[in-house]
Design a protein around this ligand. Sequence first.
Ligand code: 13P
Length: 340
Amino acid sequence: MREQELIATARMMVAEGKGLLAMDESTPTCNKRFEKVGIPQNEQTRHSYRELIVTTPGLGEFISGVILYDETIRQSGAYGIPFVKTIIGAGIIPGIKVDIGAKDMAGHPGEKITEGLDGLRDRLTEYSQMGARFAKWRAVVAIGDDIPSWGCIKANAQALARYAALCQEAGLVPVVEPEVLMDGEHTLKRCCEVTKEVLRTVFNELYTQRVMLEGIILKPNMALPGLACPMQETVDEVADATVRCLMRTVPAAVPGITFLSGGQSAELASARLNAMNARFKSRLPWALSFSFARAIQQPALEIWRGKEANVSEAQQALIHRAMCNSAARRGQYKAEMECT
Ligand code: 13P
């Protein structure tokens, strides 16, 4: 294992003022997001959209790494320049989603298990040769009446750990993403209980599979009340609860935690990340940053709508969100930044 290289990459991924941009929607997910805003769903539009993102001027000032999807890492832009080359040229580290999706889990109604371990060693070698320096695997845990079950938590944690060990063997930093979903009526307290149990199980499995914690990035959910819960806590209460969950479960050896946005509005995601850094940064053992997809991309997607004439304005919206989240990562985000 190239330990020093993994450690250096992981640290660069959470460099001061920077975070990750997730643009790794699978083809069905990308198509669904296009459909919602009336964009035709085909390879050409997905290519144009991904090109819009990776050619956004100044992106590297706020974004340390981008997470690509298999289709995108193989594509090239203008003059046949591979996207990966454009990304590296912008001072950004290319990464790749390597799970093949969360599927219904046998014997566990309403729960999912993420697949993709078969053949993963060979795929990681190929992605590494294509220029990827880190990878991502997402497990999902739903909260409901009788769920999550121990079987679901355990199986997903073990898959995450086996993926992470293979990544480190291949010289790629694993982004370990156990997402406790926001859907439902559950309270913030319940989300905290589930998130803590999930994270404890994940770190037990990472230890069992001999994963070097200095060479991973954790990508968790924030601790949030369910979207349909009548009680919605304040930004500061969410920040307190999230930091408390993480302090109780995430070892200090981990260099950085980059949150997913999970369906929060772009502004709320920035405000909550900001509150965590503004209130706790000097006392935390790890960097707290972002790895948002929707909370960075959504405003840009809604402006673009598949029209060449809107590219520049969409890129401005994208860089604006990247800038706001960079400020939040420093604890310097202010609501007034949204009006500029
Ligand atoms: P969201 O920020 O839209 O939740 O996506 C992050 C991600 O990478 C999900 O796997």
